[in-house]
Design a protein around this ligand. Sequence first.
Ligand SMILES: [Zn+2]
Length: 268
Amino acid sequence: MMSASGAGLKIQKSAMKTIPLKKLVSFLDSKLELSEFPGDESSNGLQIEGNPTVTRIGVAVDACNYVFQEAATKKMEFLIVHHGLIWGGIRSVTGVMKHRIKTLLDSDISLYGCHLPLDRHPEYGNNSLLLKALSLRKMGEFGEYHGKRIGYWGRYSKGLSLKEFSGLADRALHTKAITVDFGKKVMNVGVVSGGGWSAIHDAEKFDIDTLLVGEPSHSAYTLAEEMKVNLVFAGHYATETLGVRAVGSMLASQFGLWTEFIDHPTGL
Ligand SMILES: [Zn+2]
């Protein structure tokens, strides 16, 4: 349904069904298991309240004015993002924050943020979907973050070269991965989307030979060198479009709602 086109953009068209905002929010809160992460810095859930009725839904990685303006142009009433606007509270509504909130309020668009729950979710989460995209067999949870594992590790039945593996990641995620080769064949892969490098501390426990995360991290290098774990940095953005797109797809098939992915790649 919400398959990616070459540019990673996709429109989900169906009949113009509507849903009350309250019903949509409580459905998402429970489906995405927000209560699993009470300590997430992100205020997960409804961050900005807009139109009480929802017909058009946008999904995107980042809450920013580009995305908000696209949503306004497309007359969306509801936006779901992985990186929301509110992280540990709001100190002031000035400057960039004022402009962002004003764009949403002027267009009566609700903003719904879902951060760590959307990394970890076994069905709609970035990390489960990354394993699928890389054709890895899911073996278990991986990568502790704030006291809970948000990633997964998976296995290939036959080892790949690091070059083969990063080529696979490039094609599956429309990215250009940075690799650091410490000589192992790729077989047991730990996966954590975004800035998940600290998951390397789990590598020895699960006999991981390759760690795939989003953002490059200098700090990971010497640990990986001594653990002999290959590093693959596939891009923060590129590793985090999968979850929101899957949620859009799920809402389209569950409620017949019109959903669209707003692509705003950072290349980082
Ligand atoms: Zn992220």
